[in-house]
Design a binder for this molecule. Structure first.
Ligand SMILES: [Zn+2]
Length: 50
């Protein structure tokens, strides 16, 4: 699973959950890594590559 902002691979936990967050844009969920999520919190929806 790749981050929708920095395009780096997002690590997953042993339960299969990503070490990041999903952001809903345009009715779709986009995976975002924790680094991008925390640094782009204010305008995250404009940063996501759809
Ligand atoms: Zn990222």
């Amino acid at each position: 699973m790749k981050c929708s902002i920095c395009e780096k691979e997002i690590e997953t936990t042993f339960l299969g959950k990503i070490k990041g967050n999903y952001v809903k844009v345009g009715g779709k969920l986009h995976p975002v890594c924790n680094v991008c999520f925390n640094t782009n919190r204010e305008d995250i929806k404009t940063k996501i590559n759809k």
